[in-house]
Design a binder for this molecule. Structure first.
Ligand code: ADP
Length: 409
């Protein structure tokens, strides 16, 4: 009676077992699925045909039994997988859908999404691990491309915002910079019209009008030059030039400005051979550095222009005893429209373009510019220009014309 009842049950469980084995064998021979079973030491017990096709093509399943990931993957990958499997064994908790990069001998890395689970015997005892990996390379590549695109869009957005901010700043600053000299010109024209203004008074009026008109002209020239620099079209005319003469003229041009502030202005020049530069641009560069030195030096200070050589370079330096530049701003002073707090707070005239233009001119000559400064202790701007061979008569370009002139800032 009992026997009669047990037999069909046993038949059922044998059939079930057989079915399970068939299912398992199908799973293991399916081409796409990467399935493995490992023992407690992470040695292979079984691997699917899909796993072999992906990771050990040409090798027989039986040959892999007892081997470890170290026999197939890179050490880095094998030890990471070992750590994960030991964690699953220790905790009994699965690791689900972990995306990892697979690196193995001489091939492009790929990404897989791996799930590792504890392998238990019929008593529930953990006897190893098993896992399924899926190729996630296409998905990760698509995600990476999307992330890159997002980063690019964010950067572009930031650039647009910055441009917008610069535009507002530009409009505000230029209306101020235009208004001040214009108001002064109009005021002095009014005075000239008044009866009785003649002699030294009239001369003073015309001198102020002249100075302010020149300031406006410089402003417009700077703007035009900035737009040329940005479009990579700064025109340069290289000629054999005498740097000492250019420096002397620049110093004399700024002397009245220095005298108004009782600033001692000196030129210390040693002999420098004739160089191939654009003399007008070098004069402009020196004018900018001198104008800044005088603007940012209090009454009674000192400004010195030095000219000499250092190896194959001509060295031009403008040193002042002025307010100096905070360390954090020293590189930024060359940025478009950048002005230090002292310049804006004390409403010292300026647009923040002078040094941008100066740097572009220096680079168009294949030179360098550096600033050395101490807050409250003065600043020295040093320009080094290559002593290029003088071009043969009739040629406008130097022996090695700089393409930096064509580079937007
Ligand atoms: P601007 O003089 O028109 O403001 P620049 O581009 O020539 O523009 O200079 C940018 C800023 O760098 C100035 O506003 C000032 O804050 C700082 N700077 C330049 N030269 C000096 C200097 N010799 N001493 C102190 N600060 C200076």
């Amino acid at each position: 009676m009992v026997r009669a009842k047990l037999l069909p049950q046993r038949r059922d469980s044998e059939a079930r077992r057989e079915l399970e084995l068939t299912c398992m064998s199908n799973l293991l021979s399916a081409a796409g699925e990467r399935v493995y079973f490992k023992d407690l030491q992470s040695r292979f017990l079984l691997v699917s045909a899909g796993w072999i096709a992906a990771y050990a093509p040409g090798r027989a399943a039986a040959e892999l039994i007892g081997k470890t990931d170290s026999d197939v993957f890179s050490d880095q990958h094998a030890s990471a997988a070992f750590r994960d499997e030991q964690q699953v064994i220790r905790t009994g908790e699965p690791i689900v859908g972990k995306v990892e990069m697979e690196t193995y001998g001489g091939q492009m890395p790929t990404w897989v999404s791996t799930t590792k689970m504890p392998l238990r015997d019929e008593h529930g005892q953990i006897i190893g691990t098993f896992g399924i990996s899926r190729d996630a390379t296409a998905q990760i590549m698509a995600e990476n491309a999307l992330a890159k695109q997002t980063r690019q869009l964010i950067a572009q957005n930031e650039r647009l915002r910055e441009l917008d901010r610069l535009k507002d700043q530009f409009i505000g600053m230029f209306s101020h910079e235009l208004r001040t000299p214009l108001a002064s010109i109009l005021g002095y024209v009014e005075m000239l019209r008044e009866d009785g203004v003649n002699g030294p008074d009239a001369e003073h009026c015309t001198e102020v009008i002249d100075r302010n008109a020149k300031r406006l002209l410089r402003l417009v020239d700077d703007l035009q030059l900035l737009s040329q620099i940005q479009s990579g079209k700064m025109a340069m005319e290289f000629r054999s030039s005498d740097l000492a003469g250019i420096a002397a003229d620049a110093v004399e041009e700024r002397r009245p400005e220095a005298q108004r502030k009782h600033i001692e202005l000196v030129l210390a020049a040693t002999d420098v051979p004739a160089v191939a530069v654009d003399p007008a641009r070098i004069a402009q560069l020196l004018g900018n550095l001198l104008s800044n030195a005088i603007k940012f030096t209090p009454d009674g200070g000192r400004v010195e222009v030095r000219l000499g050589t250092d190896g194959d370079r001509a060295v031009l330096a403008v040193a002042d005893t002025g307010v100096g530049i905070p360390a954090a701003d020293r590189e930024r002073v060359f940025e478009r429209f950048f002005r230090t707090e002292i310049a804006t707070q004390h409403a010292i005239q300026g647009t923040g373009l002078g040094l941008t233009i100066t740097k572009a001119i220096v680079e168009a000559h294949n030179g360098t510019i550096a600033v050395d400064s101490e807050e409250g202790g003065g600043s020295t701007f040093t320009v080094r220009l290559p002593l290029q061979p003088v071009p043969a008569p009739g040629t406008a370009e130097p022996a090695s014309p700089s393409d930096a002139a064509l580079r937007p800032v």
